[in-house]
Design a protein around this ligand. Structure first.
Ligand SMILES: Nc1ncnc2c1ncn2[C@@H]1O[C@H](COP(=O)(O)OP(=O)(O)O)[C@@H](O)[C@H]1O
Ligand SMILES: O=C(CO)[C@H](O)[C@H](O)COP(=O)(O)O
Length: 339
């Protein structure tokens, strides 16, 4: 999974390859660390290839005759792909065990890969003339659905986890804080600077049903401080705005009132989000000017007010809050949607 933290041995082998300590692929959760965990477990070997979920689904859709040979450059970022020169870097190709596993082709998200195969046409009900296009990551899909246009505008995806992405003209990368940039596109070239935190709706799910969340949220005074100093995580470990696989959650003391408890958790998550945007500015990505919200948390108006108070800019809900809408737009407009 995206937040699975690899063994110390795998992370060490991964870091030994990298050209700089702050490289995005140096995170214990990076795809490259996972590749090393796979190799060290003795499972790597001739004929094996790394496949992202999106690549696997595309190949299934195209049918049994299609080869899974490629991926898109959003999914390839945490594997170490050079998203400026658009090639696999020499340091990655030089390590044979890793190079043998790399996807052979990397294309822009939204590039046509092929067509729906005969078998999947039957069970999906889609015509064989339907094209299959290269995908993207879940939080970039949510970003595309949210419909921002200006540098400084950002999207926070409040799903099981919290991912933030801001349009910037500056590419920023610092693994110590879990900050990285995806290539967006456009002329001049724009970057999606941000990070993905382990905090998010998964913490809320531990304590509340969606129905209770709605009822209790109505009782919260969003303009008042809860007086609680929580750091909501589902278990130890944080990726962003600090990368620390031992960071402990803080969810005590628990007050008698469930509404106050929820208020404290929402505020704690909003403080993490605000610190995230603060970190992007501190590292040179620029100031956030507007935040659009995607994911299941976008429907919570009280949380939005709390976040607006703590981040200090306008916070809105996206018209389309589902990542799937971004994937559909990418399919409709191809790579022309990027930028
Ligand atoms: N009213 C609400 N306020 C805040 N969060 C909510 C509310 N309703 C649902 N959620 C949270 O939304 C999350 C699900 O959002 P979703 O975008 O579907 O997540 P994902 O796709 O990452 O699993 C759940 O973790 C749930 O706690
Ligand atoms: O935590 C997540 C899964 O819900 C994030 O969406 C994911 O890790 C973010 O990755 P990227 O920035 O490469 O899209």
């Amino acid at each position: 999974m995206y937040n699975y933290s690899c063994s110390a041995a795998a992370v060490e082998r991964c870091r030994a390859m990298l050209p700089s300590a702050d490289h995005t692929a140096s995170a214990p959760t990076s795809t490259l660390s996972k590749v090393w965990e796979f190799i060290l477990s003795g499972r790597g070997g001739p004929g094996q290839r790394l496949v992202h979920q999106a690549d696997w689904l595309a190949s299934l859709t195209m049918g049994s005759g299609s080869q899974i040979s490629g991926t898109d450059y959003h999914n390839a970022l945490k594997l170490g792909y050079d998203i400026e020169k658009l090639c696999w870097p020499e340091w990655l190709l030089a390590e044979e065990q890793v190079a043998n596993l790399l996807p052979q082709h990397v294309v822009a998200p939204g590039t046509t890969l092929g067509h729906v195969g005969a078998e999947s046409s039957r069970w999906l009900g889609l015509p064989e003339s339907c094209r299959v296009l290269a995908g993207t990551t879940d939080s970039i899909a949510a970003f595309l659905a949210a419909g921002t246009t200006q540098v400084g505008e950002a999207v926070t995806s409040l799903g099981s986890t919290m991912a933030i992405k801001m349009r910037s003209l500056v590419r920023v990368e610092d693994a110590a804080f879990g900050v990285y940039s995806h290539r967006l596109g456009g002329n001049p070239l724009q970057w999606l600077v941000g990070g993905a935190s382990n905090t998010g709706g998964v913490v809320l799910r531990k304590f509340f049903t969606d129905k209770a969340l709605k009822q209790l949220s109505d009782e919260i005074d969003a303009e008042a401080d809860s007086g609680l100093d929580y750091y909501p995580l589902p278990s130890p470990g944080q990726r962003f705005p600090v990368c620390d696989s031992a960071l402990q959650p803080r969810l005590e003391p628990r007050p008698a009132s469930d509404a106050q408890f929820l208020h404290g958790i929402l505020e704690g998550m909003a403080r993490i989000e605000a610190a995230g945007y603060g970190k992007l500015a501190e590292l040179g990505a620029g100031d956030v000017c507007r935040v659009v919200t995607a994911g299941g948390g976008a429907k919570n108006a009280k949380w939005r007010q709390i976040r607006q108070r703590l981040i200090g800019v306008q916070v809105q809900s996206a018209d389309w809050t589902e990542a799937a809408c971004g994937s559909a737009l990418l399919a409709l407009r191809g790579s022309g949607l990027l930028g």
